[in-house]
Design a protein around this ligand. Structure first.
Ligand SMILES: *[C@@H]1O[C@H](CO)[C@@H](O)[C@H](O)[C@H]1NC(C)=O
Ligand SMILES: *[C@@H]1O[C@H](CO)[C@@H](O)[C@H](O)[C@H]1NC(C)=O
Ligand SMILES: *[C@@H]1O[C@H](CO)[C@@H](O)[C@H](O)[C@H]1NC(C)=O
Ligand SMILES: *[C@@H]1O[C@H](CO)[C@@H](O)[C@H](O)[C@H]1NC(C)=O
Ligand SMILES: *[C@@H]1O[C@H](CO)[C@@H](O)[C@H](O)[C@H]1NC(C)=O
Ligand SMILES: *[C@@H]1O[C@H](CO)[C@@H](O)[C@H](O)[C@H]1NC(C)=O
Ligand SMILES: *[C@@H]1O[C@H](CO)[C@@H](O)[C@H](O)[C@H]1NC(C)=O
Ligand SMILES: *[C@@H]1O[C@H](CO)[C@@H](O)[C@H](O)[C@H]1NC(C)=O
Ligand SMILES: *[C@@H]1O[C@H](CO)[C@@H](O)[C@H](O)[C@H]1NC(C)=O
Ligand SMILES: *[C@@H]1O[C@H](CO)[C@@H](O)[C@H](O)[C@H]1NC(C)=O
Ligand SMILES: *[C@@H]1O[C@H](CO)[C@@H](O)[C@H](O)[C@H]1NC(C)=O
Ligand SMILES: *[C@@H]1O[C@H](CO)[C@@H](O)[C@H](O)[C@H]1NC(C)=O
Length: 805
């Protein structure tokens, strides 16, 4: 579980995205030149023209008939190649072609950018890109006999669903047999399903040729343990089980069996952990993910296993998974040491309960011990009381924007499995009325380069994705969630094939407000942008909120912000420290060793530091927000009207020591093309304004203007309203701890931050300051005279019109 930025996540994904079509390995050439993506654009453009023609002729555009009338002109250019499960020549996708599908325009996104965000071409067709919707009659077969979404489940649980009473047929977990039966015809018609199927087969073939997953222990059993190992096994097993069910080729099953025997600790050639505790309850997430992996294999391949194999898998699930799950709930000593997660919200609760639930559901009915039923009696109510409570009342995930992925993946797997296996979610979707909004949180925390990735970034994702969005889209009847996710690079995996509702239509951006204020005191924060589809615009996010209640994944970061302009992150985050550092997760208290590490300290944030001290861990700031309230329309060429703005302000007085009063604000100026950050502070100790950037910094105007260059783009940063007598100027500092900081624990070091500089302004003495920092991105179509200089309005008096003059 060593720290990995989400960029490295992207790189890991890239190595799977751009598999060389014949070798199955990462092809950097392909990564730089995604020729197939250009072809998508051309296909899309041709199909769009065809659709428009059809609309003119038949007036059917936007109707279910038009949607179903998939062109076959572009389908089926998948090429065989590589060596896989099929007697040495497995199916590797061509990654292009496929049906026109919904709206007959192919996939909406034509490519992903260097940050793996979708790129949308110019779209102005309201019938296709209008309001998000699920087409009501899509579950009944249309003229060509193929519905665009799954038929209704032929099984129903009866009046009183019970977690221990399962559907009669297999599979039960996430993907019942009636869905498998419908899938091939749907794949043939839907460009998203078609592409995902290709990718999953490509991945399955790639994994097929990889060696058995090693038991590499990260930082000791109770450090980061074997979580990466567990997630790798899970992602492999999912892909192979999918490939088998789509082909009936038992080579996939044999490969799965070899992996599982190894991962059960039964391969005498390979060390795979402590006997009886091979799944490593010392770091219980590992038990959760291994149990989930075995559950999927057991259930999806149920009919093809030999009885002896099935039994062997069941006993591994019982002895290495569920036994320790029961221990975590019934033995207080064990609970204190390894089962603490059953009393807290957040990703641990979701992953541990989720994996144990999948394991129990898989073996119910076969289990001679009763442990499966007993397990569900604990996990289902516990997840309802804790996992489901991870989003606060505004939908913000209690840990961080990156931990949202781990929590929601496990929550969606658990909930979906309970629904398909037993017919109810038992309140996992409804116990927290704000769970629905955590999908909205994910949409708004996604910036124009990466996430607003405050706090810890978390371990490698492997089997973890944002595809819970597809599940929540259907469950909460909110098509924008489905539409948002289906164009993302991580959408291609087996769960998506069953969670995606292909009857969805529209542009997810149509009618979506540009700004959103998340007002819960746990993390008050705001997301503001110029567009949903032009990632070369402006994205600004700033947070305040409590420093407690984040499961020790937060930072002392009141007032922290990120800024994206012109496709570059000019103000960014440092991410996780080393999870294995002494005391890194010790507590959220003021004296926690966590707060000794630079990346967690206030000076490691884009925030003000007072008296060279950390912020107050018991902070309880307040916040305010305003917006002119625009939503994007159906076009991808949308621009905001003159006067469009948004602001976020926060009173950080309680967040600091030695501060009499402090208001920070961020406001979009000049129709969202400039940004002002203002700090009105009265302090009795020194004040230092800090911002971390990957840009190269030079100075002008006696060092009161900083010129930031990054990725070929330039942003001018001006220090306005310099208090007389202070002589304050910008200064570049190293992204490193102050010499006066308390020492790190013995033997510990901070992570280096290569390429990162701190843009700073220092006021050596306490006093009353109004620090205004103005960001002027050098847009292609703006000249020097187009930039405005804002007035100095006290932050406490900001309104949507206060900066108009
Ligand atoms: C498979 O490959 C896709 C892209 O090709 C990648 O984004 C994804 O992470 C991989 N899926 C899994 C589940 O590993
Ligand atoms: C899924 O992809 C594989 C690999 O390209 C292909 O052989 C198979 O026909 C696809 N399935 C469907 C239903 O199109
Ligand atoms: C897996 O373990 C084997 C044997 O110990 C070793 O040779 C190999 O390098 C390891 N592979 C990885 C990816 O760690
Ligand atoms: C592994 O071995 C144990 C002990 O013999 C057995 O209970 C279990 O079923 C085996 N599991 C697999 C997958 O081989
Ligand atoms: C409870 O858990 C502790 C710690 O893992 C263990 O030492 C002890 O044997 C367990 N007690 C029982 C009764 O199983
Ligand atoms: C589940 O819990 C209920 C109430 O706590 C109890 O009556 C029931 O016996 C338990 N069932 C199992 C299978 O443990
Ligand atoms: C979920 O949230 C969305 C967006 O706020 C809303 O439109 C939808 O009605 C909600 N759905 C449910 C079931 O509450
Ligand atoms: C913020 O922290 C304070 C005290 O530390 C606590 O009373 C309050 O409930 C917390 N607010 C939230 C939303 O967690
Ligand atoms: C964003 O700007 C870059 C150049 O900085 C350009 O290559 C790219 O095409 C632009 N993207 C969009 C979606 O306009
Ligand atoms: C610098 O760039 C890296 C890689 O893109 C990114 O992970 C990091 O967050 C950036 N740092 C800052 C301070 O913007
Ligand atoms: C307040 O400031 C004084 C003087 O700078 C300093 O000695 C003291 O440590 C500060 N208190 C806190 C809690 O930061
Ligand atoms: C401006 O900054 C440069 C280098 O950062 C420094 O050498 C110079 O002394 C500064 N000038 C003023 C007026 O502060």
């Amino acid at each position: 579980m060593r720290p990995l930025s989400d960029i490295r996540y992207a790189q890991a994904a890239k190595s799977e995205t751009y598999l060389n079509q014949s070798s199955g390995f990462y092809d950097p050439q392909a990564a730089r030149k995604p020729a197939s993506k250009r072809k998508w654009w051309i296909i899309g453009a041709i199909l769009l023209l065809l659709v428009i023609a059809a609309a003119v002729v038949g007036g059917i555009l936007g109707s279910n008939a038009a949607k179903k009338n998939a062109s076959s002109a572009s389908s089926g250019s998948s090429s065989a190649g590589g060596s896989g499960a099929n007697g040495g020549s497995g199916p590797i996708s061509g990654g292009q072609g496929g049906p026109g599908g919904a709206g007959d325009v192919g996939r909406f996104a034509i490519a992903t950018d260097t940050y793996f965000l979708p790129i949308y071409p110019t779209e102005t067709n309201q019938a296709v890109y209008g309001s998000p919707t699920f087409i009501a009659d899509a579950s009944t077969a249309s003229s060509d006999g193929v519905p665009s979404t799954f038929p209704a489940d032929p099984w129903s649980p009866g009046a009183n669903p019970d977690p221990t009473v399962t559907r009669p047929d297999r599979p039960r977990l996430i993907a019942p047999s009636y869905k498998w039966a419908a899938l091939p015809a749907m794949i043939a018609e839907d460009p998203y399903l078609w592409g995902w199927n290709e990718t999953i087969f490509g991945n399955a073939t790639f994994y097929y040729n990889e060696p058995l997953t090693n038991y590499s222990i990260d930082g000791g059993y109770s450090g980061s343990g074997v979580l990466d190992v567990a997630r790798q096994v899970k992602v492999k097993v999912k892909s192979w089980a999918y490939a088998y069910r789509m082909t009936n080729d038992s080579t996939w099953v044999d490969r799965t069996w070899r992996e599982l025997v190894n991962a059960a600790g039964n391969n005498t050639d390979n060390f795979f952990g402590e006997e009886g505790n091979n799944w490593n309850y010392y770091h219980f997430l590992d038990v959760g993910e291994f149990t989930a992996a075995f559950a999927i294999a057991y259930d999806w391949l149920y009919d093809v296993w030999q009885p002896s194999q099935r039994e062997a898998l069941m006993w591994s699930i019982i002895d290495l998974g569920l036994t320790w799950g029961i221990e975590a709930y019934t033995n207080q000593t064990f609970t204190n040491d390894y089962g603490w997660w059953n009393a807290v919200n957040g990703n641990w609760n979701c992953v541990c309960n989720g994996g144990l639930t999948l394991g129990a559901l898989a073996i119910l009915g076969d289990d001679p011990t009763g442990i499966a039923a007993q397990m569900l009696n604990y996990t289902v109510p516990d997840a309802k009381a804790n996992c489901a409570m991870a989003p606060s009342t505004d939908g913000t995930w209690s840990e961080t924007a990156n931990y949202w992925y781990f929590g929601t993946t496990a929550h969606a797997e658990m909930t979906s499995s309970l629904i398909t296996a037993t017919g109810s979610d038992y309140g996992l979707l409804t116990a927290n009325p704000s769970f629905n909004d955590t999908a909205l949180f994910h949409i708004y925390v996604t910036g124009m380069t990466s996430l607003f990735n405050y706090g810890d970034h978390g371990p490698n994702k492997y089997s973890t994705t944002a595809n819970g969005m597809l599940f929540y889209g259907t469950q909460y009847d909110t098509p924008v969630y489905t539409l948002f996710q289906r164009d993302r690079f991580d959408a291609a995996e087996p769960w998506s094939m069953f969670w995606y509702d292909g009857s969805v239509a529209g542009g997810w951006w149509d009618g979506l407000p540009l700004d959103h204020y998340f007002d819960n005191g746990l993390d008050q924060w705001a997301s503001m942008r110029s567009s949903w589809t032009d990632n070369n615009g402006t994205y600004v996010a700033m947070k305040s909120g409590n420093h407690t209640g984040h499961q020790t994944h937060g930072d002392l970061d009141g007032g922290d912000f990120v800024l994206d302009f012109m496709g570059q992150r000019f103000a960014g985050e440092l991410g996780s420290g080393d999870y294995l550092s002494t005391g890194y997760f010790s507590s959220e208290g003021q004296d926690s060793q966590r707060w000794l590490y630079y990346r967690k300290r206030t000076e490691g944030q884009n925030a003000v530091v007072v008296g060279l001290q950390n912020q107050n861990a018991d902070a309880q700031p307040t916040a305010n927000f305003g917006t002119t309230g625009e939503s994007q329309d159906y076009t991808t060429t949308y621009t905001t009207p003159a006067g469009s703005t948004a602001f976020f302000t926060t009173d950080l007085t309680s967040t600091y020591f030695n501060v009499t009063s402090y208001q920070r604000g961020v406001v979009l100026l000049n129709n969202r093309r400039q940004v002002l950050i203002q700090d009105d502070i009265v302090s009795t100790a020194s004040v230092q304004w800090r911002m971390h950037t990957n840009a190269t910094i030079t100075y002008q105007d006696g060092n009161t203007t900083a010129i930031l260059t990054l990725g070929g783009q330039t942003c001018e940063v001006k220090l306005l309203n310099i208090p007389t007598g202070t002589g304050a100027t910008f200064q570049t500092l190293e992204a490193a701890r102050y010499p006066s900081d308390p020492p790190l624990p013995p033997g510990q070091v901070d992570q280096p931050n290569p390429g990162v500089s701190v843009l700073s302004v220092t006021f050596a003495d306490g006093g009353s300051y109004s620090i205004q920092v103005l960001f002027n991105p050098q847009w292609d179509d703006m000249s020097a005279s187009d930039f405005v200089t804002p007035p100095n309005v006290p932050v406490s008096q900001w309104t949507v019109t206060s900066h108009n003059s």
